[in-house]
Structure formats: structure tokens, C-alpha cells
Design a protein around this ligand. Structure first.
Ligand SMILES: Nc1ccn([C@@H]2O[C@H](COP(=O)(O)OP(=O)(O)OP(=O)(O)O)[C@@H](O)[C@H]2O)c(=O)n1
Ligand SMILES: [Ca+2]
Length: 477
């Protein structure tokens, strides 16, 4: 039997209620949309490209659009490593430098909300690889910079510049980053010195306990209301890749040729026994860090002998400690006050010492372990680490010996203050927002030009972004 139900929609009261409910829903949705919008628009963004000698990294930063409290608020949202080598390797094909950035910049477009694109500043800072290219071939370096600039200007972001930063700036950024990460700048505690080892240059920066005798090594700036007076020096050609060339070049030059028909045999204590490759001299001498030699087109045999103390002796030869026009020097006639306080050593200092598990020992034990490592046959090393790039793997004995020699003979660290050096991974800032207590957590690898942006975020990121690459506004004046 069919039950007849009266259609409820015909009843005025029900219609009225339905209208009220619908209106309520609409209002609620409208309110939540309006409230959600600022939430959605909560962040602003900045992009920095750190164009190093060995590779380029793209960093995306985010920070709250409205700064309500005074906490450190910048977060590294995303990092992208550009495929291939650094931009300075494109000297023969400048267009390739710009093109190489495309994939990472496409990622940046995905990571940053479209409505923020046009106001997102993008900077590129190039370091020692481009400094060397500029010395060698200024026109080529300009073409490379033009190419990356063009590629960045093609994007929807707000292009701010692409330039080679100075060694002093690089040193200062490294120091600021290390101290920002450890929150030292906003605590009354002491600061941490910074040791940065790149592929083509190395920087040392710290608060000195004595007067700085050379103007070039002094930087002054103010951060969070505190004035800092720092010693800094950047040694061009003393990054680990260039130092290897310097050291091999010196050995090749002093190796006599057995006869005209046979290539030179370079017996190299910094490479493992059983390591034996033929190379062209070009791979060693293709740098403005050394005088050009006639033999650049010739081959030589590179033969490892794996002897740590001889390796150290050979590396010492690239440091000139025979003259010093100041009260004291590191090497090559460069003024340096005695190292004091704690230091954070990052980039290749960390990559190398971490790989060899040498980050926590006394100086003596480090040397003993390294001596054993260097004398280990190449075959055994290669079998133990089948997945590590063979070129990198073959160089760890040299690199670690170089690091010890640079720190001990170069910067004058001793077994007494060796443990004042912490080998630190550069860290990604993940700062918990909206908390009175700012929590800084850290995750792997990032680079300093980029991270220094974070420092300014507390005051005003956009202004600071500008300040970073317009150095007189924060330094020197
Ligand atoms: N996981 C890694 C990453 C890098 N490297 C090496 O460490 C050196 C320094 O790397 P990096 O600090 O990235 O140097 P760049 O910034 O490219 O060089 P520079 O600062 O001198 O311009 C390079 O020889 C690089 O090949 C390494 O051994 N292990
Ligand atoms: Ca670097």
C-alpha cells in the first residue's frame, strides 16, 4: 500500500528554516574563506642561488608575511642542487650556464605559491670559481654572469642581481650563518669562529683578541643591536680542488724526466698504494692559480704511494711561511691574529672529516688514523666503498691531509686547541613559528650566502635581502 507523504517543502515554516540554514552555511563558508585567506597568504619567499666553484645550489626561504613577534622566523623551505658542475665551468659555452638552472628554478615555481611569484626576490652570488674565471678570462666571466642573469630574469620572480661576491663577504656570511644557526647572535654568550673550505677558496673568520694590522682583513657590522669587529681572510686557490692542483703541479715541476720518450711518473704520497692512472698535465695546470708550463699537453703517470707524512711534507710546500710583513701571519704573508675561541668548520672541512670519521678525535689520534687510511691499498678502499664516486674517493687521503696541514701549519691550531674546532654540517633552519621559545632544529647541508638571509628576517627580510648584496649598507660604512 502506498503511503501518501505530504511534500514538506510546501510548508512555509520549513522553507523559512531551509533559507535560514542555507544563509547560515553561506555566511560560515564566507567567514572561513575570509579567515583562511590570510592563513593561506601567511608566507613570503626569497630565493638565493649559491654559485660555487664545484656546484650551484638553489635555496628557497619562507617567512611569515606578518611579523607579530620578534622571533627568528625564516625557514629554509627547499633546496635544489643544480645538475652538473659550477657555472664557471661553462666558460666555453656561456649559454649553458643559464640553461643549467632551469630545472631547479622550475621547482622553485612549484614550491612558491603563484600569487607570491612576482614579489619573490631572487639573487645569485658566485664565489671562487667565478673569481678565478674573471682573472683568467674576464669576458668569459661576464658572458656567464649575463647568461645566468638572463635565465633568472625570464622567470616570474623579482630579479635582484647576479654577481661575484668578494672573499670578505663570503667570510662574513659564513660567520653570520654559523652564529645565527647556533643562536649566538641573540644570546650574550661568545661567538663561534667560521672555517669554510670550498673547492676553489677557503675562508677563516673570527673575533680576534688582538688588533687587526691589515685593513683588508677587518669587517665591522651590527646585528641585533650588537657591534661585531671581525678578522676575516679568504685564500683564493686554497680550496681543496685548487690546492690539489697546486700540490700536484709543484711535484710535477720537480720530477725529472727519465728520458724524452716516456711520460713523467709522478709518485704521489697523497694517493693510495696501487692507485695508478695516466693523466694529461692539462688537468693539473688548467688554472690561473699556477704559472702556465710548457708541458701542459703531455701525459704523466699518477702513481700513489700512500705515505701520510710525505704527503704532509709535499702539501707544506704550497704554504709560503718564509715572510711576514706583520707581527704574525698565517701563510703567504697574510696577517692573522692567533686563533681564539671555538670554531665551526663546514663545507669540505665537514664532508671530508665526516667521511673519514675523524670529527671527534684528538689531533694526535686523527693523524694516526689518517696515516693508516692513506697507506691502505687503493683496491681495498675502492672495494669498501663501491658506491662513492671514484674521483672523490681517491682524493680523501689528500683532502684530509690538506685539512690538517691548513689548520695546523696554516692557521696555527695546535693539539691544545684542536678540539675547539667542531666539524659541522651546514644546517637547514626549521624554526618553529608562533612560539615564544624559538626552537631551531637542524637538518643537512646548506650554504651560507643563502642562509645569511635568515639573519635579517627578524628585522625585515626584504630589506636585508637587499643589504646582503649591497654590502656597504651593512659592512664597512
Ligand atoms: N658531499 C660532498 C660535497 C662536496 N664535496 C667537495 O667538497 C668541495 C667543496 O665543496 P663546496 O663547499 O660545495 O665548494 P664550492 O662552494 O663549490 O666552492 P667555492 O666555495 O670555493 O666556490 C668540492 O671539492 C666538492 O667536490 C665533497 O667532497 N663531498
Ligand atoms: Ca662555497
Amino acid at each position: 500500500m502506498e503511503v501518501k507523504v505530504k511534500n514538506p517543502w510546501h510548508r512555509p515554516v520549513v522553507i523559512f528554516l531551509a533559507c535560514v540554514i542555507t544563509a547560515g552555511i553561506i555566511i560560515m563558508v564566507a567567514i572561513s574563506v575570509v579567515q583562511y585567506k590570510p592563513l593561506h597568504q601567511k608566507y613570503k619567499y626569497g630565493i638565493v642561488l649559491d654559485a660555487g666553484s664545484s656546484h650551484t645550489s638553489v635555496f628557497i626561504y619562507e617567512w611569515p608575511a606578518e611579523k607579530e613577534n620578534n622571533t627568528g622566523m625564516v625557514r629554509q623551505k627547499h633546496t635544489c642542487n643544480v645538475q652538473g658542475k659550477g657555472i664557471s665551468s661553462y666558460s666555453d659555452n656561456p649559454m649553458g650556464a643559464g640553461t643549467s638552472l632551469k630545472d631547479c628554478m622550475e621547482e622553485a615555481k612549484q614550491k612558491i605559491p603563484a600569487h607570491r611569484h612576482h614579489e619573490t626576490p631572487v639573487y645569485l652570488g658566485a664565489t671562487a670559481g667565478m673569481r678565478l674565471l674573471k682573472m683568467e678570462n674576464e669576458e668569459a666571466s661576464e658572458k656567464v654572469l649575463d647568461s645566468v642573469a638572463r635565465s633568472l630574469k625570464d622567470l616570474p620572480f623579482s630579479y635582484q642581481g647576479a654577481r661575484i661576491i668578494s672573499g670578505q663577504e663570503e667570510g662574513a656570511f659564513g660567520w653570520i650563518t654559523v652564529n645565527y644557526l647556533s643562536e649566538n647572535l641573540r644570546k650574550p654568550t661568545g661567538t663561534l669562529g667560521a672555517l669554510d673550505l670550498g673547492g676553489a677558496s677557503t675562508q677563516i673568520t673570527f673575533v680576534p683578541q688582538q688588533e687587526i694590522e691589515s685593513h683588508d682583513n677587518s669587517i665591522d657590522f651590527r646585528l641585533y643591536g650588537n657591534d661585531y669587529h671581525l678578522y676575516t681572510h679568504s685564500f683564493l686557490c686554497y680550496g681543496k680542488d685548487q690546492a690539489l692542483k697546486l700540490s700536484m703541479g709543484k711535484k710535477i715541476e720537480s720530477t725529472p724526466k727519465a728520458d724524452e720518450t716516456h711520460p713523467i711518473e709522478l709518485r704521489d704520497p697523497c694517493f693510495h698504494p696501487g692507485y695508478n692512472f695516466t693523466r694529461t698535465a692539462q688537468t693539473v695546470f688548467n688554472t690561473p692559480c699556477m704559472k702556465k708550463v710548457k708541458m701542459a699537453n703531455e701525459n704523466f703517470f699518477h702513481v700513489g704511494t700512500g705515505n701520510w707524512s710525505q704527503c704532509r711534507q709535499s702539501i707544506r710546500k704550497i704554504f709560503n711561511t718564509s715572510y711576514c710583513p706583520y707581527s704574525r701571519c698565517s701563510f703567504n704573508g697574510v696577517f692573522q691574529p692567533s686563533v681564539s675561541g671555538n670554531f665551526g668548520a663546514f663545507s669540505a672541512f665537514f664532508f671530508v672529516m665526516d667521511f673519514l670519521k675523524l670529527t671527534n678525535d684528538s689531533l694526535d689520534l686523527t693523524k694516526q688514523k689518517l696515516a693508516t687510511y692513506c697507506s691502505t691499498p687503493w683496491k681495498e678502499i675502492a672495494e669498501t666503498h663501491p658506491h662513492i664516486n671514484k674521483k672523490y674517493l681517491s682524493e680523501y687521503c689528500f683532502s684530509a691531509t690538506y685539512i690538517l696541514t691548513l689548520l695546523e701549519d696554516g692557521y696555527k691550531f695546535t693539539s691544545n686547541n684542536w678540539n675547539d674546532i667542531s666539524f659541522i654540517k651546514k644546517r637547514k633552519l626549521t624554526i618553529v613559528l608562533d612560539e615564544a621559545d624559538v626552537v631551531v632544529q637542524t637538518t643537512p647541508k646548506s650554504l651560507h650566502q643563502a642562509e645569511v638571509i635568515a639573519v635579517g628576517a627578524v628585522a625585515d627580510v626584504s630589506e636585508y635581502l637587499h643589504a646582503i648584496f649591497q654590502i656597504p649598507s651593512i659592512f664597512g660604512k
